[in-house]
Design a protein around this ligand. Structure first.
Ligand SMILES: C[S@@+](CC[C@H](N)C(=O)[O-])C[C@H]1O[C@@H](n2cnc3c(N)ncnc32)[C@H](O)[C@@H]1O
Length: 375
């Protein structure tokens, strides 16, 4: 290739380097080939989570991505033609250069769902690798009966979150925290949906008190090469987020761990919170009302009333801290009785203070931990 072509290649190469700088955690691979006459010289640049590796002409070089990429382009003058594909999770950039011209084209295609898949927000076909690593699908790519429920829960949870996500500024990385992430199924699906479907840059941080689930999540992340995810073994109460918190999600954090998640979200100014509570134990021992003792005569009614009041208290607390809140059932109660999703969005228009939480405490003799956790 002549000098002019090489200069143009370097110019377009600079664009690829900028894309890498912005989307490093979403990097998948560079692949392609140089050609001279009928002979081809293939190359790849891969990443294993720690090291970038350039493989070219049976040689293997390790180093920083910009160095490897620049050294790859610097060989252009020795060949007639270059075909290079840069792939990250938001799409591909294809660079082509020969004696006549240098061109780039981007390919951000999302795999179209088949008719049978249209009901899915996350197409099992497009997400086959993710579902395989998570062990959600059979060898034929069909969702396993044992995992349909978990998949549906994650899908519906995300579906209800999407309108809120779309309101976040499009030009910056979305910082998501999954509080009490467990094995992080929700986070992995959310990551796929944000990056591979919506083509949005995001970083997802999972927190759980159990180190076995944190280690399991890290292993899945490495297998999927989802390097935009980090997992921390910590008590939500003591966890200090390393970045701003745009979105806080929490799916079935046990008992008051849901309150810990809400407090972490509010204290860290999360713009959006999506909280699906789990079991409720806190109010039951003390709940009562002197004027209406009959509300609590029946054990089941007492338990249900106490569960409901806990969630009402949570909603009112968030409202009093500047959030617009809705509560909805994200899956059918036949899927799980723990099907409530509290969706909250920080907004300047929400009334900052109110009396509801005080009234609940006074009327029902409860002493919610949530009140003490928010500062
Ligand atoms: C029922 S699991 C739900 C896990 C996951 N969100 C899911 O839906 O698959 C509840 C999780 O909460 C975690 N947890 C409970 N208390 C916690 C705390 N104080 N801090 C962090 N994680 C906590 C548990 O270790 C467990 O993994």
């Amino acid at each position: 290739m002549n000098k002019q072509t090489v200069q143009k290649l370097n110019l377009f190469g600079g664009g690829i380097l900028s894309r890498w700088e912005e989307n490093q955690a979403l990097f998948l691979e560079v692949s392609g080939q140089y050609k001279s006459g009928a002979v081809t010289y293939p190359f790849t640049v891969s990443f294993d989570g720690e090291t970038y590796k350039l493989t070219f002409q049976k040689e293997c070089m390790k180093g920083l991505f910009p160095e490897l990429f620049t050294s790859l382009l610097s060989k252009a003058n020795l060949y007639d033609e270059l075909e290079l594909t840069y792939a990250d999770r938001t799409g591909r950039l294809i660079l082509h250069g020969d004696a006549k011209n240098v061109t780039t084209k981007s390919d951000n295609r999302v795999m179209e769902p088949s008719k049978a898949e249209e009901k899915h927000l996350i197409s099992p076909k497009a997400a086959n690798k993710l579902l395989t690593v998570l062990d959600f699908v059979t060898d034929q790519g069909k969702l396993k009966n044992t995992h349909v429920r978990k998949f549906t829960q994650a899908e519906h949870f995300i579906e209800l979150l999407v309108p809120y996500i779309k309101k976040l500024p499009a030009d910056r990385e979305i910082m998501v925290y999954d509080l009490a992430c467990g094995k992080s199924y929700l986070s992995f699906f959310l990551n796929f949906y944000l990056c591979d479907v919506l083509k949005r840059r995001c970083r997802i941080i999972g927190v759980d008190i159990r180190d076995d689930v944190v280690e399991a999540s890290k292993k899945i992340r490495d297998e999927l090469k989802y390097y935009n995810m980090d997992f921390y073994c910590a008590d939500i109460l003591e966890f200090e987020p390393p970045t701003r918190m745009d979105i806080a999600v929490s799916l079935h954090a046990c008992d008051v761990a849901t309150d810990f998640a809400i407090a972490a979200a509010v204290n860290n100014g999360a713009q959006i919170c999506a909280i699906a509570p789990c079991c409720h134990k806190e109010f039951l021992p003390t709940i009562g009302n002197e004027e209406m003792p009959y509300l609590f005569e029946n054990g089941i009614f007492k338990k249900r009333f106490s569960d409901l009041l806990t969630d009402i208290y949570r909603v009112k607390t968030m409202e009093e801290h500047g959030y617009n809140v809705t509560a909805t059932e994200f899956v059918s109660p036949l899927e799980t009785p723990k099907n409530l999703l509290i969706l909250a969005e920080k907004t300047k228009n929400a009334s900052p203070k109110g009396e509801a939480t005080k009234e609940i405490k006074r009327a029902f003799g409860v002493d919610p931990i949530l009140e003490k956790l928010i500062f």
